[in-house]
Every structure is written in C-alpha cells, then in structure tokens.
Design a protein around this ligand. Sequence first.
Ligand SMILES: [Zn+2]
Length: 122
Amino acid sequence: MHELAVTEAILKLVLATAARERARRVVTVSLRMGEMSDLKAVWIQRYFDHLAAGTVAEGARIAVESFPPSFSCNHCGHPFFQSLRTVDSIVCPLCGSGSCTLTGGMDYRVESVEIENGETRR
Ligand SMILES: [Zn+2]
C-alpha cells in the first residue's frame, strides 16, 4: 500500500514539527496533493489515525487540498497548469499545440501543521 509509506513520511515530519514547537497536541495537518497523484485521502487519514496513536498527533485531522497538474509545451516551451477535471485534452494556451509534457501534479507536500501548546504567548 502506497499510502502507508507516504503517511509514515508525513507523520515523521509532523512529529518533528510538533517537537520543535513543543506542541501538546496536533490539531490539523494540511496537505497539498496533486490531482495526478494516485493517493487516496481517506486512506491517509485511516493510516494516520493508526500510526499516530499514542503520539501528540493522535486524533489530528488531515485536510487535503488538491492542485492541478502542470505541463510544459513541447512546441514553444510554455509552462502552464491545467486541471484534467475540466478538459478532455491538453492544449498549450499560448501556441495551441497539443504536444505537452506533464511536469508536476503527481506529488504531495505538507502545507502546514496546526498545533496546540500549553504556553501562554506574551
Ligand atoms: Zn506552446
């Protein structure tokens, strides 16, 4: 299961952030996930619930926001974003060429980690 390895990596990063910030609890983990990535948000939440049990990240909510894939035109080199949910084919918005290469949108990253800590800020 692909999501398990990804979730382990996410949890590691979240726990490192929590330790650095001396968090008592992790509330929300915001993920940005490429539309082209094959990760399923529901599985990430399930694995996270399991893996984070007994840590400060136990019970944290995973908030997933998707971003459209990016392309580069093979004809004129123009880079652009295009969601595949709204079009049937990829065409360069600059020169109209249908020959484009997928350059991003398969990956994910942790955008932010919302924590609670017991310290009073002065
Ligand atoms: Zn072009």
